[in-house]
Design a protein around this ligand. Structure first.
Ligand SMILES: *[C@@H]1O[C@H](CO)[C@@H](O)[C@H](O)[C@H]1NC(C)=O
Ligand SMILES: *[C@@H]1O[C@H](CO)[C@@H](O)[C@H](O)[C@H]1NC(C)=O
Ligand SMILES: *[C@@H]1O[C@H](CO)[C@@H](O)[C@H](O)[C@H]1NC(C)=O
Ligand SMILES: *[C@@H]1O[C@H](CO)[C@@H](O)[C@H](O)[C@H]1NC(C)=O
Length: 828
């Protein structure tokens, strides 16, 4: 608090509240709330090189100020891997060498040409001269750069050793790409556009990323399986687009407590993996959290996690020397709670790798950081003055100066009293305050009769300004005070700022531990979220197998089961050499699509390391999920729907291996029956011919003639399934239960009845379709059949024979005209 003295009648009201700072902050635009600031947009800038079949990618993420790199890895001419990474990151810019293989040049031009609409991020392609990607140039650029996490006391050699422990210098292409990236960042001044040119783009960490062992899935699959709801790009880096995540798998799994957990969950969802070591590690942790005896531990961990703040943002502000008062407290809390997390993990079984890792990498540097902050920063003082202030006993000269200022308060009261004596009697009170950069001022409440500026003039005082109904003046005495004490405040400020800079540097040098904190608390956070979901919805742990196929007992659809009052669980059984192709029939809305999606989702969830909605699940590891499932929007599009059908199915045919899962819902919907049917049969026959190389295929269809016309060979590879229904009078009851067999009832009849078709006509329709199905002749209604004629002839003959011609009572003529002739006429 600034010193101030007050004099006047009545009890002293204490120093004017926040007078110094309020006077200065008037001139500033209103500060941004913390909420707005967290919304900092994130961008990625990528540098890529492709040479002799090797690909190297590095990128910079402005959100955590980290450089990510993928060490040299083979990629074919079609650059599928690059495509995947670009699709996932959606980078703002892609930098590459101007002198490169035609192949990648073409690929990149094509990328911007085909990106289409503006709103789907179209990367800017930036070409730098090849020299900027030179190997030696790049190495030098990396080694000569100042990184805040490298302690200043390190010698040049130590620094090289340190850097080569985190950057793979043995990957030449990667190093060259990194060199180009650094050049680009510095030239564009990414993230520091508005800062002084002496401030370099902050790089807080180097992180490796791998794309091997991922499972292929395209945008469409993410969309139809409702993994991410928003139609926008499922990029991990689009977190702050402001779009609310709707009802989606991500939405229901996201119980994360910190921002970085949420981001990691998104990453896991975009990178389902086949790496069983990794998946089992995740499942082991979830398993541990689910055990009843560990419930307390879960609560403790969750409590600590809540206090892990957005450290990368704080570190970024530190490197730019923009650290805010609240940042110190946030960082202190984070370090303190990270220590608590570590201590908890140390008490947990070290057989679980995550706990062991946290015990190890959450080093005592955290103690150091927490201690340093708590020893140096005066949180209360900082908050009330809205600037960094230092605790007592940190710096003797600051303490000395502060003591002087403290004593000042009484002294100023005395001065104010003296001033009041010389003022007009109408003025009830006054005080003397100090405003940095302006100095000491006499502050007088504005009286009701003081309206115009001219009314503010007071004999012997210089009017300065009006603020919050207080008039401020300079007097002879305040000028005297200025020359006597005015510099004291500025000096204290300057010295405290200096200490803040030192503190920033010391913390940044230890920032590596903070990067680990973010990385592993994100892991904990996601796994705790997945465990919570598994506990509440009775999920089970999937078991992985290298055999092909899936054995899922009582599988459920993770989203549908949350909406439906009762959800009918269904099994999935597909084998190594049998039942690889499932053909599912059944009327519309009997649950075919839900079943397909459920299979897809259960398998997908297993591949991100989550428990799955089933009673038991054995999952044969797969390398891709290919789908053609109609989304609601595309129902009526007709032929263009069919085009998309073909496109998606072609993708499946071209890329699916015996380790892939293919889900096709109502193939051929938009075209005429014959074409659709023939194509479906052709596609299925193609896969059947592949024998055990055939993918796991789930097809739903309304083309019953596929079976009736026996278009598919009889093979154990194919299994026919149908959704159980029951016909109750006119009503069709759905059981949503899958069973072996084919749908036989023609549900057209029900629909016809609902549409108001007369019962007679429906009956006849059903009759005819039954006859066709059973290969029997159809009897016409308008012509009596031969059998009828026969019956009638028989009856005429019988009547004739029954007449006793000897009976005189018989009127033969009448009998002929009334009985025999009409019958005969109807027969002939
Ligand atoms: C993209 O590349 C493919 C071949 O790689 C080419 O057929 C196609 O025309 C290109 N598209 C554009 C828009 O340049
Ligand atoms: C699989 O994951 C583990 C870590 O979970 C990692 O050590 C290993 O290198 C990964 N394997 C491959 C082939 O990427
Ligand atoms: C049932 O599905 C078929 C085939 O897609 C479609 O043509 C028909 O309109 C659907 N019927 C109803 C009642 O939705
Ligand atoms: C699969 O094949 C199609 C060709 O039909 C191709 O366009 C696509 O990029 C391939 N890759 C994946 C991962 O779908």
């Amino acid at each position: 608090r600034g010193p101030a003295g007050e004099a006047g009648p009545g009890p002293p009201t204490g120093p004017p509240e926040g007078a110094p700072s309020s006077a200065t902050s008037c001139a500033l635009p209103p500060a941004l709330g913390p909420e707005q600031e967290e919304q900092e947009s994130s961008e990625t800038h990528m540098s890529v090189l492709w040479y002799a079949g090797q690909l190297a990618i590095t990128y910079y993420d402005t959100e955590d100020c980290s450089v990510y790199f993928m060490p040299d890895i083979p990629d074919n001419e079609d650059l599928k891997l690059l495509q995947k990474v670009i699709g996932e990151l959606n980078p703002q810019c892609i930098v590459t060498s101007a002198k490169q293989d035609q192949n990648i040049a073409k690929f990149l031009t094509n990328l911007t040409a085909t990106a289409g609409d503006k709103d789907i991020g179209k990367p800017e392609i930036v070409l730098f001269p090849n020299i900027d990607f030179g190997l030696e140039v790049s190495k030098q650029r990396i080694l000569s750069r100042q990184f805040p996490f490298i302690p200043s006391h390190m010698t040049a050699t130590e620094k090289i050793l340190y850097l080569s422990s985190i950057i793979p210098f043995e990957s030449p292409l990667m190093i060259r790409a990194l060199g180009g990236l650094l050049k680009f960042l510095d030239r564009r001044r990414v993230g520091v556009e508005l800062e002084d040119s002496s401030i370099a783009v902050p790089i807080l960490a180097f992180k490796k990323f791998v794309m091997s062992d991922t499972v292929n899935m395209d945008q469409d699959t993410y969309c139809v399986l409702q993994i991410f709801k928003s139609d926008i790009h499922p990029s991990v880096y689009k977190l702050s687009s402001g779009l609310k995540e709707g009802f989606s798998l991500f939405g229901i799994l996201n119980r994360c407590r910190c921002k970085w957990g949420e981001k990691l969950l998104r990453l896991w969802l975009t990178r389902p993996t086949r790496n069983l070591t990794e998946l089992n590690k995740r499942l082991d942790v979830i398993n541990f959290f689910l055990l009843a005896q560990n419930y307390e531990t879960v609560l403790t961990l969750q409590n600590c996690l809540k206090n892990i703040k957005n450290v990368p943002l704080i570190l970024k502000r530190m490197t730019l020397s923009n650290t805010k008062v609240s940042d110190w407290q946030a960082l202190y809390k984070t370090a303190y709670n990270a220590v608590c997390l570590r201590d908890t993990c140390r008490s947990l079984p070290s057989t679980i790798e995550l706990f062991q890792t946290i015990s190890r990498v959450f080093t005592d540097d955290l103690h150091y950081i927490a201690n340093l902050i708590s020893k140096v920063v005066d949180f209360e003082g900082s908050l009330s003055e809205n600037r960094f202030t230092v605790r007592p006993n940190v710096d003797a000269t600051i303490d000395e100066k502060k003591r002087k200022l403290m004593g000042l308060s009484d002294f100023l009261t005395e001065v104010a009293r003296k001033e009041l004596e010389t003022l007009d009697n109408h003025i009830p009170s006054c005080c003397v305050i100090y405003i940095p950069l302006i100095g000491f001022l006499l502050s007088i409440p504005r009286l009701p009769n003081m309206v115009d500026k001219t009314d503010f003039e007071i004999e012997g005082l210089d009017f300065m300004f009006l603020s919050e109904d207080k008039l401020h003046y300079r007097s002879a005495r305040t000028k005297e005070l200025d020359s006597l004490l005015g510099d004291l405040h500025c000096e204290i400020r300057d010295q405290e700022t200096l200490i803040m800079h030192q503190l920033q540097t010391r913390i940044l040098e230890k920032s590596e531990v903070l990067n680990s904190v973010i990385e592993y608390t994100a892991h904990l956070d996601v796994l705790l979220a997945l465990a919570a979901m598994a506990r509440e919805n009775a999920y089970c742990r999937p078991r992985f197998t290298h055999r092909h196929g899936f054995h899922i007992k009582d599988g459920r659809h993770p989203l549908m089961e949350l909406c439906a009052k009762t959800f009918v669980a269904n099994p999935v059984d597909s084998g190594e050499a049998t039942r690889r192709i499932k053909i599912i029939t059944g009327p519309n809305s009997s649950g075919k699509s839900v079943y397909l999606k459920q299979v897809g989702l259960i398998v997908f969830m297993a591949l991100i390391g989550s428990y799955v909605p089933a009673a038991e699940a054995e999952i044969g590891v797969i390398d891709g999920i290919y789908t053609r499932i109609h989304s609601r929007e595309s129902v009526s599009v007709g032929l263009s729907t069919f085009m998309i059908d073909l496109n998606q199915v072609a993708k499946a045919i071209n890329n699916a291996t015996e380790r892939s899962l293919v889900l096709i819902d109502e193939f051929g919907k938009g075209t005429n029956t014959l074409d659709g049917l023939s194509l479906l049969a052709a596609v299925l026959r193609y896969w059947i011919r592949q024998g055990t190389q055939c993918p796991q295929v789930f097809v739903s269809t309304n083309f019953h003639s596929l079976m009736q016309l026996e278009l598919l060979p009889d093979t154990p590879l194919v299994e026919y399934l149908t959704m159980e229904t029951h016909q109750d009078g006119e009503e069709l009851i759905f059981f949503y239960q899958i069973k072996q067999g084919m749908s036989t009832i023609s549900h057209a009849a029900n629909i016809a009845a609902l549409a108001g078709m007369p019962a007679k006509i429906i009956e006849r329709g059903v009759e005819v379709s039954e006859l066709i199905r059973n290969g029997k002749p159809i009897k016409r209604l308008d012509h009596p059949s031969k059998c009828d004629k026969m019956e009638k002839c028989k009856s005429v003959v019988e009547k004739f024979l029954s007449i006793d011609l000897d009976d005189p009572q018989v009127d033969l003529e009448e009998f002929m005209s009334k009985e025999v002739l009409p019958s005969a006429a109807s027969v002939l």
